[in-house]
Design a protein around this ligand. Structure first.
Ligand SMILES: Nc1nc2c(ncn2[C@@H]2O[C@H](COP(=O)(O)OP(=O)(O)OP(=O)(O)O)[C@@H](O)[C@H]2O)c(=O)[nH]1
Length: 364
């Protein structure tokens, strides 16, 4: 029976065509899950699937070796009974070295066939997440159904020595989020957290066997247009704008900023291109421990009245306009770039960023 109140309720007008259009545009978020050998990646995936409560999560795992394929499993969530297995074939072997162009195409195909709500790509223990993340950096014009959502790295708190391995530190440098696994058996999680803070501004969370991570780990919006919250968080991270403390290793975060000066976007793009491509080239041709490597770039710059988000992974980067409402809500007029890598030269980065800026605020 309807009450008087119900009678008086004015039905909301729903523009179905608009909603359909929105739905169509909504891309399937891809989470890259990395972490050193035995850190707890598979345990986390199993827990995410167990907590999926009806959402469909596609899991793609990369096993090194013979087949050169990627195994994937799809679940409708909520228990083992709904699992279905499928293999994404890649011709050339290891996902993190040789097949990056094929990877996104294969996973797009998988997404089309199975229509999941989220996709997790679980990498093997020593894998480099950089080329994998790059492969999801798809051109807008390709109208892909999938988009990179975050690189998540699992750090084993019960095995702090893993941080001595270059492969483990590189995974941390690429990550947007760090899961601190095994806090239940680790003697000093706080010490590991403090050490990680000297290496990256990525957000961290402790989790025993992956419990309670779903809302934090999937569909985070760390990349792309939704990255506003992530930028806000980086700006709020203590130390992200520090005066250049010397870190324990050559592995560092350096941020440079130009308060309220407008940039020339073409110069910013040229600066990033020469920096990232130059660093990658130098890295390929040298095995020296003093070589410069840049894993991640994050930032925000202003050109005229418009703010732009800067994001980079490995050799690829993009400079994208922010929605005016997002830029307004950031509430401080700041241009900054944050680099995570090895042997970064703060003075050089500061000088070159300054050269991208106009002398006056009015963009003239
Ligand atoms: N005590 C405890 N054990 C954990 C936790 N997470 C994972 N483990 C255990 O750690 C071991 C390795 O976990 P996996 O999930 O297989 O790790 P992985 O990163 O997938 O391992 P690889 O694929 O070999 O690199 C297993 O014995 C897990 O049961 C945790 O939070 N606490």
């Amino acid at each position: 029976m309807m009450s008087d109140d119900d009678d008086e309720e004015v039905p909301e007008l729903v523009e179905t065509a608009e909603i359909e259009e929105e739905e169509k545009k909504k891309k399937i978020p891809v989470t890259i899950l990395c972490g050193f050998l035995g850190a707890g990646k598979s345990t986390i995936v199993a827990q995410l699937v167990a907590e999926a409560s009806g959402r469909r999560i596609a899991v793609v795992t990369n096993e090194f070796g013979e087949s050169g394929g990627l195994e994937s499993v799809i679940t409708a969530g909520g228990g083992a009974t709904t699992w279905a297995a499928e293999t994404v074939e890649l011709r050339n072997g290891c996902v993190c070295c040789s097949v990056k162009d094929e990877l996104a195409t294969s996973i797009e195909g998988l997404a089309e066939r199975t229509d999941p709500d989220a996709i997790i790509v679980e990498l093997s223990g020593a894998a480099n997440p950089g080329p994998v993340a790059e492969s999801f950096w798809l051109d807008e014009s390709l109208e892909s159904a999938i988009e990179l959502d975050a690189v998540v790295c699992v750090v084993d708190c019960a095995y702090p020595r893993s941080l001595e391995y270059y492969e483990a530190r590189r995974q941390i440098a690429y990550a947007d989020r760090l899961v601190l696994s095994k806090p239940d058996i680790a003697p000093d999680v706080g010490k590991i957290e403090r050490r990680l803070q000297t290496m990256t501004s990525a957000e961290t969370r402790r989790a025993t066997r992956g419990a309670g991570l779903r809302g934090w780990l999937l569909a985070t919006g760390c990349y792309g247009e939704n990255a506003k919250r992530e930028i806000r968080r980086v700006l709020d991270t203590p130390g992200a704008f520090g005066s250049g403390a010397v870190h324990e290793t050559a592995f560092t975060t350096v941020s440079v900023f130009q308060e309220d000066r407008c940039v020339d976007l073409e110069k910013v793009r040229a600066f990033l291109a020469s920096l990232l491509w130059g660093a990658a080239e130098a890295e390929r041709s040298s095995s020296s421990s003093s070589s410069v490597e840049i894993f991640r770039v994050k930032g925000m710059v202003r050109a005229g009245a418009c703010y732009y988000l800067v994001q980079g992974v490995g050799e690829v980067f993009e400079v994208t306009p922010m929605r005016p409402e997002d830029a307004r809500s950031l509430d401080f007029p700041l241009g900054f770039l944050l680099f995570i890598g090895t042997n970064l030269d703060r003075n050089r980065l500061e000088k070159e960023f300054a050269l991208c800026c106009h002398h006056h605020n009015n963009n003239k």
